[in-house]
Design a protein around this ligand. Structure first.
Ligand SMILES: Nc1ncnc2c1ncn2[C@@H]1O[C@H](COP(=O)(O)O)[C@@H](OP(=O)(O)O)[C@H]1O
Ligand SMILES: CCC(=O)SCCNC(=O)CCNC(=O)[C@H](O)C(C)(C)COP(=O)(O)O
Ligand SMILES: [Mg+2]
Length: 368
């Protein structure tokens, strides 16, 4: 095993993304390719990125993007007052910080002026995810200003505002306008509907490659809201059950990057929206895991290793480097060195099907 590339430190972008899961009770139209309704009873929103995007062009992702200074602005305090205030804004106790590999350098260029007063990250990243869902998909996760409702049932999105296109253009031009939109509607971002879910750090792939430190939230909605792709950053959308999304990946109808693939596989463990919702509430006190895949270049392909894989190494060297091997992907897989001995992992057959994608994926347990 060698470590071929030495690179300068990456330029980290802090980002947030939102897994929107909606109960699905509508009759599914019979289509020859998909005769069966999904077993899961819920679907997740996937947005197709424009082919002209600099990062993951054409891929299907959850709504999300980079944290803007406006998301952390203390101007939000006036809107949340008098019902909610720092540090938790009614979110409940802060989840424990889990010791995590890797520790990123504490350099956060561009995102937030560290000298200025700012909202706590837990709030700012939620506002970011909600703003991005509005910008990219026209989905408005707001709730009327006022005390938090006592129950924690799945939420619902607000109807899109009249002049959606104007507001969206304004917010895209200047993210501070998202606060103006909320004020005009006498609402706040529904930060309480978002559950901490996971975190993903873009692996090192090449010097100067784009790297994100992305916080993933889950939001369960009783019903799928209408979606209006912005037709710029995002060109298409679909509500897919986890099994439909994986089928589409295997048949190459969609391209999913490892974090989206892994999270969708994991969502496939839940039979209903209420199971998923209950799970997301129950686990909140445990804190989330934040993972960085390590890219392993084989003689004929690429493998993304994940924590738990036999070859995964918690060595900070791999923060800015890949692994490489002279062996072929098939050989590595047949050696079982990707953690396929773990119970609940993808079967070798599924793994081989997935290997026809440009990258293969890690085969650690996709468990709850
Ligand atoms: N009309 C368009 N077509 C393609 N990409 C667009 C676009 N308008 C904005 N984008 C890109 O979408 C990204 C914004 O993503 P987000 O707001 O979700 O963080 C930016 O990418 P860059 O980061 O490459 O500039 C931006 O350039
Ligand atoms: C080299 C191959 C890869 O990088 S695979 C991993 C790609 N994904 C991530 O790094 C983290 C998850 N990313 C996302 O959810 C989104 O891509 C995003 C929200 C960071 C996108 O941000 P954008 O500003 O481009 O909309
Ligand atoms: Mg985006």
């Amino acid at each position: 095993m060698s470590v071929p590339v030495r690179a300068g430190p990456s330029n980290w972008r802090r980002a947030a993304t939102l897994v929107l899961a909606a109960g699905w009770t509508r009759p599914v139209p019979a289509a020859p390719s998909r005769p069966q309704p999904p077993a899961e009873g819920f679907r997740v929103l996937l947005l197709q990125r424009s082919a002209s995007q600099g990062f993951l062009p054409g891929a299907h992702v959850f709504p999300g993007g980079v944290l803007e200074a406006a998301d952390s602005s203390t101007d939000w305090l006036r809107l949340f007052a008098p019902h909610h205030w720092p540090p938790r804004f009614g979110l409940g106790p802060a989840p424990p910080q889990r010791a995590a590999f890797p520790v990123l350098p504490n350099v956060r260029p561009g995102a937030v002026d560290e000298d200025a007063a700012a909202l706590p990250d837990d709030i700012a990243f939620r506002i970011c995810a909600i703003r991005e869902a509005f910008e990219e998909a026209g989905v408005l996760l707001l709730r009327p200003r006022g005390p938090r409702p006592p129950d924690q049932a799945p939420g619902c999105a607000l109807a899109p505002p009249p002049a959606l296109a104007d507001w969206r253009a304004r917010v895209r031009r200047d993210p501070r306008h998202f606060l103006s939109l909320c004020a005009e509607l006498d609402c706040t971002p529904d930060i309480w509907a978002l559950r901490d879910w996971s975190g993903w750090i873009t692996p090192f792939s090449r010097p100067g490659g784009r790297r994100f430190e992305t916080t993933f939230f889950l939001c369960c909605l009783n019903e799928p809201p209408p979606v209006f792709p912005d037709l710029m950053e995002v060109v298409d959308c679909q509500w897919s059950s986890p099994s439909e999304a994986i089928e589409s990946l295997i048949s190459k109808e969609v391209l999913l990057a490892p974090p989206q693939f892994y999270e969708i596989r994991r969502l496939g463990n839940f039979a209903s929206l209420s199971d998923l919702h209950k799970f997301s509430l129950d686990r909140e006190s445990e804190g989330t895991e934040r993972w960085m895949p390590i890219i392993l270049f084989t003689a004929d392909g690429t493998i993304h290793l994940l924590p738990g894989d036999e070859m995964y190494s918690e060595d900070s060297n791999f923060l800015e480097n890949c692994m490489s091997t002279g062996k072929k992907t098939e050989e590595i897989m047949s050696e079982g060195s990707l953690g396929i001995a773990f119970p609940g992992s993808l079967t070798v057959i599924e793994a081989k099907i997935l290997a026809i994608c440009d990258s293969t994926f890690s085969f650690i347990p996709i468990s709850r």
